[in-house]
Design a protein around this ligand. Structure first.
Ligand code: EPU
Length: 424
């Protein structure tokens, strides 16, 4: 287990560069096996999820080389093999191998995905999509077995019950090489969907309408990567640093952002009184000042991202007066951070899916646990605000998705270190 040790109370300042989007990267890596030629991804974040996906690729004899932020994936000698539990359980996004393998080989055997503990995360919409394309889907011994008909998958019109990011991406991957046209209605509109479509279109796919709620895919025979693909910046990482700068910043510039991807988040943060100055691809957060309480309701894109409700919470704890309200409509049970924040002296509680936040200016260091990635980010910011030392156990969850977080924090002047702990 890894522990993050934070000696809090130091104002942070300087520059930080945002990495490539985790939630794009974890889809693009499995999607790479749809290519018959070598794939080059640029701007790949240094996160544990990437290491785990590379391990899964090596189980299929796909050769990966990761230098700096460039990841080369060579699927030319790929051999179709079952991906049972083990590594699969280490990340949610391993479910993208279902769509990718089905698209590439017409067959997939993938262990039931693991991932963050943020409440129920069904995959019924993924399965509905695969079945609509003609696949037979069986769930046996904690494994999903998918088989295309003898003459291959065929296009279909699929109406998603909710705009699921995972289901939209998985259906895109399975259908790019299906016969005929597929239409996904009520598709997710997240920027990561557009990134996946751009990546696949540059390999010869024909995907139109990504970023709207109706995506049309015209099946093609084969995909071949020809040019490197640069992954979009991580809007959730950017939002996390903006929250941190708003709480304890003494002037922080956050580089490599796409402002439009953060629109609803920036509107809320500004409503609280955080002063920002955004230009082409960076945002400057002025030194922290007096903040107002606000109400936040998460929603699918372009709404306020569920992945930012926890990182923004310390900002609400810093408000001068009043009661803040957070309602996570996407994952109402994503409240594991609350008990941990209370250990640090925060005045926060969850009642019937509503999180109530009161000003808490005297946070103190404590030993807490990061139950999942965004809870970890929230506790990290709280630890930076608190007096004394905070120890975050299970910091591995933070490293799953935050690119070189220790170095970035230290560059801003934070006293943050990560250490391995041998569990007895
Ligand atoms: N849902 C279903 N059935 C399905 C699929 C989804 O009921 O078949 C429900 C979910 O339970 C949830 C909602 O639909 O209430 C939306 O889920 P979605 O499928 O969009 O989420 P996901 O694809 O599993 C991705 C991100 C999450 C992020 C959500 C929402 C990845 C690997 N994960 O999950 O990221 O919270 O979209 O934006 O891309 C994170 O980065 O911290 C994280 C958890």
């Amino acid at each position: 287990m890894k522990q993050m040790i934070i000696h809090g109370g130091k104002p942070l300042q300087g520059d930080v560069w945002i990495g490539g989007a985790k939630n794009s990267t974890v889809a693009l890596i499995p999607a790479s096996i749809l290519s018959r030629t070598k794939v080059t991804l640029e701007g790949v974040p240094r996160i544990a999820d990437v290491d785990n996906l590379m391990d899964l690729l090596s189980e299929m004899d796909v050769v990966c080389e990761f230098n700096g932020t460039t990841l080369c994936i060579d699927p030319e000698n790929i051999k179709m093999s079952p991906l049972p539990s083990g590594k699969i359980k280490s990340l949610r996004a391993s479910y993208y191998f279902m769509g990718a393998l089905l698209g590439r080989f017409g067959k997939a055997v993938v262990g039931f995905p693991g991932g963050d503990d943020i409440g129920p995360r069904p995959i019924d919409q993924h399965v509905k999509g695969f079945e609509a394309l003609g696949a037979c889907v069986k769930n046996e011994n904690d494994q999903i077995i998918l088989t295309a008909p003898k003459d291959g998958l065929h296009g279909a019109t699929i109406h998603l019950k909710m705009p699921s990011v995972g289901a939209t991406m998985n259906i895109i991957m399975a259908s790019v090489t299906a016969h005929g046209q597929t239409i996904i209605d009520n598709a997710a509109k997240e920027p990561e969907i557009i990134d996946l479509a751009t990546f696949l279109n540059n390999m010869g796919a024909q995907i139109r309408g990504a970023g709207t709620d109706s995506i049309r895919i015209e099946g093609v025979a084969q995909l071949k990567a020809q040019t490197p693909h640069t992954i979009i910046p991580d809007r959730i990482e950017a939002g996390t640093y903006i929250a941190l700068a708003g709480c304890i910043g003494n002037g922080v510039r956050i580089h490599n952002i796409i402002e439009e991807h953060l629109d609803s988040y920036l509107a809320k943060v500004e409503e609280m009184g955080v002063v920002l100055d955004a230009d082409e691809d960076s945002v400057y957060v002025y030194p922290a000042g007096d903040l107002r309480m606000i109400q936040i309701k998460t929603d699918s894109y372009p709404g306020f991202a569920t992945d930012l409700q926890q990182p923004v919470t310390p900002l609400l704890l810093s408000a001068k007066a009043g009661e803040g309200v957070i309602i996570d409509q996407v994952y109402p049970k994503r409240t594991g951070h609350i008990e941990q924040l209370c250990k640090m002296g925060a005045d926060i509680k969850a009642e019937d899916g509503i999180i109530l936040v009161h000003p808490s200016h005297q946070l103190h260091g404590a030993t807490v646990s990061a139950g999942e990635i965004r809870a970890g980010a929230c506790l990290m910011i709280a630890g930076l605000m608190a007096d004394g030392t905070t120890v975050i156990n299970n910091a591995d969850n933070i490293l799953r998705g935050y690119d070189r977080v220790e170095t970035k924090m230290q560059q801003l002047g934070a006293d943050v270190t990560i250490q391995d702990v041998i569990e007895k």
